[in-house]
Design a protein around this ligand. Structure first.
Ligand SMILES: NC(=O)CC[C@H](N)C(=O)O
Length: 231
């Protein structure tokens, strides 16, 4: 299984994502520059966190026009796995590949600390190694993580099981609607989340709860391609 980690000017979690793929599942992974025009070689696209284009206008608002985003759209339409983390989530919502938008944190502060999340949907390609309702510890680091969508969209998200992660009750760090920390598209092959699983892959980092996101992806891909999980 082959992974791409996109790199925009200002990305700063690209190396962490690359290392997380190497360290958790040992699959081939390449950095792919934002000007790339072909992602056909990749099975999973990771859109990492950071400050693409200096967060000018709005986080992700400029990155979504990068040439590589046409290819991300094609990959998503082809059913490949696309995971946007933090600034990656912001870019995917700006690109219209995920519903909703990320606003400034309600307290107007950049929040950087560990966060407890509930795994709401464990049926996605990104979460199949967790139990439904499991509480996991994954760090956040953002200034614009306040997930917003209108009431009709929220009803759709609930009805289609598109809420993937929620901050546990009383621990919403940014004012997100319905405590949402991560959502999927309707098909479930595109997920965006504000917390950083790539920063939680080893106890030395304070948590290894993010590791199973990567093993989930490999597991889903192998199931889709008819290979045993450990085969
Ligand atoms: N860690 C990140 O990706 C941060 C995203 C964005 N720059 C923000 O502050 O919200």
């Amino acid at each position: 299984m082959k992974f791409a980690v996109l790199v925009f000017p200002g990305s700063n979690c690209d190396i962490d994502c690359y290392k997380a793929v190497e360290d958790t599942i040992g699959q081939p992974v390449d950095f792919v520059w934002h000007t790339a025009t072909d992602l056909s070689a990749y099975d999973c696209i990771l859109v990492p966190g950071g400050f693409s284009y200096g967060d000018y206008l709005r986080c992700g608002a400029i990155a979504r026009f990068a040439p590589v985003m046409n290819e991300v759209r094609k990959a998503a339409e082809a059913g490949k796995y696309v995971l946007g983390i933090c600034n990656g989530f912001q870019i995917l919502t700006e690109a219209g590949l995920l519903p909703g938008a990320l606003l400034r944190n309600n307290n107007m502060k950049f929040r950087c600390h560990s966060a407890l999340l509930e795994v709401v949907n464990n049926k996605t390609a990104f979460t199949n190694q967790y139990s439904a309702g499991e509480v996991i510890d994954i760090p956040i680091a953002h200034g614009e993580g306040n997930y917003y969508c209108d009431d009709a969209t929220l009803e759709q998200l609930k009805a289609n099981n598109q809420i993937v992660f929620r901050y546990v009750a009383g621990n919403n760090p940014n004012g997100s609607v319905a405590d949402i920390a991560g959502v999927s598209n309707e098909r479930g092959n595109v997920v965006g989340m504000m917390p950083h699983p790539e920063r939680a892959i080893d106890q030395i980092l304070g948590s290894e709860d993010g590791k199973r996101m990567f093993t989930s992806i490999l597991n889903a891909w192998r199931e889709q391609h008819g290979a045993a999980v450990n085969g």
